[in-house]
Design a protein around this ligand. Sequence first.
Ligand code: SAM
Ligand code: ZN
Ligand code: ZN
Ligand code: ZN
Length: 749
Amino acid sequence: MNKINFIPNIFTEDMITKLAQEETGKRQYYRPVYSLHKWWARRSGALFRTIILLAVQKEQREQLFQNIGTTQLSRESKYFHSHDLSDIVIFDPFMGGGTTLVEANRMGAKVIGCDINPVSHWIVQETLKDIDIERLQTYFAQLEKTAGEKIKLLYKTLCSVCGSDADGMYTFWVRYVNCPNCRKPVYLFKRYFLNAGMKRNQKISRTNPAVVVCPGCHALNKFYGGDSGRARLLPSCNCEHCSMVFHPDDEIFNEGYYSCSHCKTKNFSLIETIQSGHELYEKMIAIEYFCPCCNQRLYKAPDKHDFAKIAELEEQFEQSKNMLLFPRQEIPHGSSSARWLAHKFTHYYQVFNARQIIAFNILFEAIQAIPEQSYHEAFITIFSNSLEYNNMMTPYNYPNRKLHHLFNYHALPLTTTPVENCVWGVSNEGAGTFVNCYNRYVQAKKYCKRPFDKYKNAAGKIHTIYSKNEKISAQFVKSFDELKSTPRAVWLNCHDSSSLPQIPDNSVDYVITDPPYHDNIHYSELSNFFFVWLKLFNLLPYFSVDHVPIKNEAIVNAGMEKNEEDYQRLITEVFKECQRVLKDTGQMIFTFHHKKRQAWWIILKAIVDSGFVVSDYFPVVSEYKVNPHVRDKQSLDMDLVIICEKETTASGNAVSSTDTVCASVERKLISLEAISQITEDKLFLYIMGEALKLGSCCEKLVYKTFSDVLDEAMQNISKFIFQNNLDARSDLQDIAFDERFEAQQLTLF
Ligand SMILES: C[S@@+](CC[C@H](N)C(=O)[O-])C[C@H]1O[C@@H](n2cnc3c(N)ncnc32)[C@H](O)[C@@H]1O
Ligand SMILES: [Zn+2]
Ligand SMILES: [Zn+2]
Ligand SMILES: [Zn+2]
């Protein structure tokens, strides 16, 4: 076993978290390459750069992060230098959004990536390919003239202030059902605000009124706020048009239930209403537009021309349906799609309206006229990325006056008040338009040509350091022999990684990956949303199926009848292949997180059954803390990075007692300088890391022992913390025992 610690000191551990945290909070700014296309729960590039460097430059681990004083990161640190790893082969069997591949390619390593998901393969290829930015800009200028102008016409509207032609930016819709009791329409508003004042970050006031919709007549009103006299609630608003008095933050629809204001019946379930045969309709309620004459963004209730335009487009869609390009696939059953299906959205095209599909077709026609395939494909990627903000499920971030992206929660949300973007975009305003996604693509490609790292110093100033001799640029190859003989070679594979006959035994220096985390994110289900559109243009063999293949996806997804046994089997098979292709001196390093004990057990079993032992571990911040996914679902906001070596090279010092786990964790805690800053997540991961390390060396591993060790370790460590007064926070003990573990019984084995 490798005697040198993977993480040389606590400073290094802290710096990894610092860099990862800064990046995940502001990815587009720190590493724009990862904003080229949506991928879910991307780990930070900084983390994978660090993992690669720590793995490859064993003797220089201490210099990776150098400090000034005790806490400040020095810009002389090796991390910021240019590196040349051209003689190293790195493999990622779950490449996803391609973080490992991008970071490794940046330092010149040869990389092999594999993923079962065609969307992943597509995105990684697009990210790593070379492209001439000027040429891309020339083609974009052409598109703007052909498609851009035509698409913008679809959103023209008359300014309600000056009467001149204006550009529609956002069209606000509300879904409604007819009340099962009195048959009158119930508009499923979640609130009546369209914004929280015209000026962002300022309170609603006389000089900064909010725009609200009247629930009675749907006219738009100005709302000035003020004191309501009612606890918690805002004051009421008096409609200027129908005199109705209403509270703008009252909601008709909440958590799947609605009430009818006509017959006063309360708590109808929307799903039940729809399942009993009622339809869900949509009504256009407001338009936010930019008036060049008034030179500002304004709101209006739609006028007769706006309604006529929508009716005309719906008619056009019906007439030309057979000739238009759009996906015809059904939405398959699954845990993430259940909500859409329950509301009778059964086909992907149903989450788009006629205007969107017509606008896309105008765009397709122009994109298809681009003669060079690589540029043509770049624009398809840009289009695909824009889908997330151009559909009829996109919610609106009303205080910030911009769109939320669809997958804010790593799920397929049902939105009763969707906001329709202008597909092309109005000047440079707004998020998620084609123009906006094009800009992101360009920023990504500029980064590839001149990559950099950023870090914040103690004073909060952000430093940017360019790595002069690095770049992200692939030479795509199709075999191992070619990989060996080609500089900057990237070999992408799109299939199940549990069988990799094309990669020879003992040929890879490092396996570095981020495997699927149990039931965390339903990749195939979510990515179908892009897949069905990408497939329209793709003749590549892996796009020939109707949906993203699920059969061999390593995932727990009850909605798709994929259980823990399937997940365990697939993860183990993939790890076995990694063991086979890995050189005896190599390491397999991966991230993992989950709150469920079973999930960790499955990973431990897979490590052991595939012939690995855990040689080291360290915790690192993963997803940004405010990410709602982390709060709502059972996942931690820290990952454990697990370092495995082949069993044959390890000098199995098998120890089988809880004391070992406790002693190691206690040593760690004592060595921590800022002990009071230890969070429950971190402590949990230290204990888990030690348990995995110990468990992977055990002769006979059973779940009961693993579980007992964890229980005991939790208790002992909490006592230790308490006795040594190491942590002032009294909640630690409770959380360590009850919430995380008490509920977890031996349900699996
Ligand atoms: C957590 S994601 C990886 C995310 C990625 N490392 C990143 O940060 O961008 C896991 C990936 O594993 C892939 N996957 C699941 N089962 C697989 C299998 N049997 N073979 C290959 N890939 C698989 C999924 O399609 C998904 O892209
Ligand atoms: Zn105007
Ligand atoms: Zn009613
Ligand atoms: Zn009214």
